[in-house]
Design a protein. Structure first.
Length: 214
């Protein structure tokens, strides 16, 4: 029997994950059966179960893949000199996620899939463990990046870096949630909104000398 190349194995795994993702985004996790996935990807049960033993394993793999890709984008940014500002970085990350997952589907489909992964943590301890681990890694990556911003004079000292990290993650989560629920939210909106917020300046307090008043 001819030996199957790693490239072929990786491509087949990708095919299964993309097909499962389309099914989940379209019909939801609980309404999607493994038979639905088999029909979507056009493969036999044996071919699919070689890679994933259950629907939950598919969900875990999708969740792990998305978070791993996001963290990699942040780590790449931390090594850039100067690193991209948060508005540019979050836009870059969102585009990367939307481009690499659910090819051929609209952006709302991907957002719906991500939100479903989050809700699965409320009932599935294994998926919750995957997301908790990846979320902790994401916070760590953002915290490192905040430290880099401050070391290079791009961000003033202030609240703990973890507080900034959590807020920026929340901005990304809010973007995804809006896209999932309502649609019509472009990455440019996220970039522009963050850019406007970052440009705000505290007005001078009357009597502090800034306006020339003693």
């Amino acid at each position: 029997m001819a030996r199957v190349s790693q490239q072929h194995l990786d491509a087949r795994r990708r095919q299964i994950l993309d097909g499962a993702g389309r099914c989940f985004a379209r019909n939801g996790f609980h309404a999607t059966s493994m038979q639905d996935v088999l029909i979507e990807v056009g493969l036999s049960a044996g071919a699919v179960y070689r890679y994933f033993g259950s629907k939950d394993e598919l969900i875990e793999a999708i969740a792990d893949e998305v978070f791993t890709g996001i963290r990699a984008a942040f780590e790449d940014a931390a090594e850039t000199d100067p690193p991209p500002t948060p508005d540019i970085l979050l836009g870059r990350v969102m585009r990367r996620v939307l481009r690499e997952h659910l090819p051929g589907e609209d952006e709302q489909a991907l957002a719906r899939l991500v939100v479903q992964v989050w809700t699965e943590t409320l009932r599935n301890d294994r998926i919750a463990a995957v997301l908790h681990e990846r979320y902790a890694g994401l916070r760590e990556s953002w915290t490192v990046l905040v430290d880099v911003y401050r070391a290079r004079g791009l961000m003033p000292e202030g609240p703990p870096a973890d507080h900034v990290a959590r807020t920026l993650i929340a901005a990304a989560q809010g973007f995804i949630t809006q896209q999932a629920l309502f649609g019509g939210v472009s990455v440019e909106m996220l970039e522009n909104g963050l850019s406007a917020l970052m440009s705000m300046r505290q007005p001078p307090v009357e009597g502090d000398g800034a306006s020339g008043t003693p």
